[in-house]
Design a protein around this ligand. Structure first.
Ligand SMILES: [Zn+2]
Length: 452
């Protein structure tokens, strides 16, 4: 099957997209000095705008005794107070410069703090262009045929749909059952996608099926993951199933920080044209030691309706360096994204345990098709599981109980519950942990457990 490229890819028809895409290309070789000049000017403009056009930021700045004239260097940014999800949720208008011509969009899935924000169409176009810019490092181009395994449910008979002007074959991540997945492989082999774009969780369910049934999609050149933290085990599984490199990035709805792999490495390069990103440790200072964990605090250069200035994302990353040895970009580099605060469970004694660490390197979970952790009260965790068709024997469950108990520790009471299905979220994501407790802060006492 051949792929006549559409005359213009849908995104390239958008002038904001095309312009930002070109800007990122021409500034990709910026030196550290170029980057710092650009970022400082962007922050100065943003702080001036926030203090004249929003009541929320103006009073925050007044209370902190800081104003637009005080930001003379990037180090001065630390004089600005943080803004949190709760502050935006409770007084959105106060942190919004304009609502005219904006879309009102909502987020909150993974943090448990749902809130809405105003976003201009231009900001969203720049977001798409920024992601495309990162994908291009792996050879992706607009118009390349791609298999997409994410997003909203698809209610056609085979749960697939073609989107011609994006060159996408979409497969529903809500129907990752063997029969439907066999259908996806067959349709994909005929479509000959160059790329698989997926949530890691959905991609891995698909990958495991492909491996177990000895199928393949030989046209694939790479896998582009998004929207969820890619765990090392997931990267290995995807690579084993499809035999191609895996790309991932960190991003979020608030469009304040974006960080992707480069041509050569699986480390996260913070995109400096997108936002100003700080990694703040438990001592309130920027993390500058390789291996150190900090909360991602981000100032968005894209969001010009609801403003995000020193926004606490509650996501944690592990610092690696201030540049990449492999591609030589002078970008802040993260070893990995450690998880979101909401991806931790809280023990009876107040320990935070990273669920990233719970992803076990053992075949102990093989008898299960899916599983998920659920927490509603401190010190108590429910393990919900869907067995494979052949069922799961009691000794296998005992082995899981032992392995999990060992990892979680004595101050967690673990209960098991068999379920028929673990439905994805409204956006089709598969969640590893449903955390119904608000995990408020990264306690200093818990930081020692971050590496699991
Ligand atoms: Zn690099």
């Amino acid at each position: 099957m051949t792929h006549a490229r559409p005359r213009r890819h849908r995104d390239l028809q958008n002038a904001d997209y095309a312009e930002w895409r070109q800007f990122l290309r021409t500034t990709d070789t910026w030196s550290r000095t170029d980057i710092e000049r650009y970022q400082l000017e962007a922050i100065q403009r943003l702080v001036a705008r926030a203090s004249t056009q929003t009541t929320g930021y103006r009073s925050l700045f007044d209370n902190a005794g800081v104003g637009p004239g005080d930001i003379a260097t990037l180090a001065d940014v630390r004089r600005l107070p943080y803004v949190t999800k709760e502050m935006l949720r409770d007084a959105l208008a106060a942190y919004t410069a304009t609502t005219e011509g904006c879309d009102y969009v909502t987020t909150g899935g993974s943090t448990g703090i749902p809130f809405g924000m105003y976003r201009t169409p231009q900001a969203f176009a720049r977001e798409l262009a920024s992601k495309a810019h990162q994908y291009e490092r792996r050879g992706w181009q607009e118009g390349d045929p791609q298999l997409v395994l994410r997003g909203l449910p698809i209610d056609t008979p085979d749960h697939t749909a073609l989107v011609d002007d994006l060159n996408e074959l979409r497969c529903s991540s809500y129907h990752l059952v063997p029969d439907a997945m066999d259908g996806y492989v067959a349709v994909a082999r005929a479509y000959e996608p160059l790329w698989l774009r997926c949530y890691p969780s959905a991609g891995c369910l698909f990958a495991r099926h492909v491996l177990e049934t000895g199928q393949s999609i030989p046209s694939l050149r790479g896998i582009l993951c998004a929207s969820e933290n890619l765990l090392p085990e997931q990267e290995s599984l995807l690579r084993a199933a499809f035999g191609v490199p895996v790309f991932s990035h960190y991003g979020h709805y608030e469009l304040a920080a974006l960080a992707g792999f480069c041509e050569h490495t699986s480390r996260y390069h913070v995109l400096p044209q997108y936002g100003y990103v700080e990694l703040i440790g438990t001592d309130g200072l920027p993390v500058t030691t390789p291996g150190g964990v900090g909360e991602i605090v981000a100032t968005s250069f894209l969001m010009d309706a609801t403003l995000f200035i020193r926004y606490r994302t509650r996501d944690l990353a592990v610092y690696a360096a201030d540049h990449c040895e492999a591609c030589h970009r002078p970008h802040q580099l993260w070893e990995r994204v450690e998880g979101r605060l909401q991806e931790f469970v809280l023990s009876a004694t107040g320990r935070l345990i990273s669920m990233t660490a719970m992803n076990m390197h053992t075949p102990v979970f093989d008898p299960l098709r899916q599983f998920q952790f659920y927490q509603a009260s401190p010190g108590e965790v429910e393990f919900r599981y869907v067995p494979r068709a052949e069922g799961v024997a009691a000794p296998a469950l005992d082995a899981m109980r032992t392995a999990l108990g060992h990892k979680l520790g004595a101050d967690i009471r673990l209960s098991f519950r068999q379920v028929d299905d673990l439905p994805p979220t409204v956006r089709g994501k598969r969640r590893f942990l449903i955390q119904d407790l608000p995990i408020e802060t990264l306690h200093g006492s818990a930081s020692g457990h971050l590496h699991g």
